[in-house]
Design a binder for this molecule. Structure first.
Ligand SMILES: C[S@@+](CC[C@H](N)C(=O)[O-])C[C@H]1O[C@@H](n2cnc3c(N)ncnc32)[C@H](O)[C@@H]1O
Length: 198
């Protein structure tokens, strides 16, 4: 069985879709980075049929799961997943620009340097006037905002001292340095959606 299931993806797909429906262009090309199980992109592709969705991930097991979930999609706007390491500098150069880039729950799992490479790539990958949605848990002024977040952040750092939650102010400033206009929206379970427009 290659199809993986993520309870959190099922929980947050609705609130994230509500934002996408507000910020996405009426039609165009969307890239999802770090698609994970593939449940999110399947949900988005069903709900937004005018957009062509390109899922991706770095992990072969996740790519197989995305492919498996995508078989349930009978529209023609969900493409086969591609292998993409979003921390590899210059990854965006290999693709035509996207109108929409979606990144859910990756930045807290990687180092600051790797996160900067992901954000550089997102800025490069966007078409002029394109929009990115970056969703996940963040620090506010260097602090976690709940006991659950403090525990999760500490656990990530115990496994990899360079990884862990990123500060929302620092990520926002970094995106602005890349000439993106940024707005933030609070989301359920202490998460934040960053909307960045080129
Ligand atoms: C916590 S999961 C999030 C998956 C999905 N976006 C979600 O929210 O359910 C993190 C995902 O990031 C992927 N990933 C880790 N490092 C990556 C990288 N360097 N480039 C692209 N994807 C990566 C993992 O394989 C995994 O699927």
């Amino acid at each position: 069985m290659t199809r993986l299931v993520s309870p959190s993806a099922a929980r947050n797909a609705g609130p994230i879709l509500a934002i996408l429906e507000r910020i996405a262009p009426p039609s165009g090309r969307a890239l999802e980075i770090a698609s994970g199980t593939g449940e999110h992109v399947l949900h988005f592709a069903h709900a937004m049929p005018e957009i062509d969705w390109q899922p991706s991930d770095v992990d072969p097991e996740r790519l197989a799961s995305i492919e498996d979930w995508a078989r349930d999609h009978y529209g023609n706007n969900l493409l086969s997943p591609i292998a993409l390491d979003a921390t590899e500098p210059g990854w965006a150069m290999a693709h035509d620009p996207f109108d929409l880039v979606v990144l859910i729950n990756l930045l807290h799992l990687i180092s600051d340097t790797a996160a900067e490479a992901v954000l550089d790539g997102i800025a490069e990958a966007l078409e002029d006037n394109g929009t990115a949605l970056i969703y996940g848990p963040f620090l506010r002024n260097g602090q976690t905002t709940s006991d659950g977040d403090a525990t999760f952040h500490a656990k990530i750092q115990a496994d990899d001292a360079e990884a862990g939650y990123k500060d929302i102010e620092i990520i926002t400033a970094y995106l602005q340095e890349l000439d993106l206009a940024v707005t933030c929206q609070k989301m359920p379970a202490n998460n934040i959606a960053l909307i960045a427009q080129k």
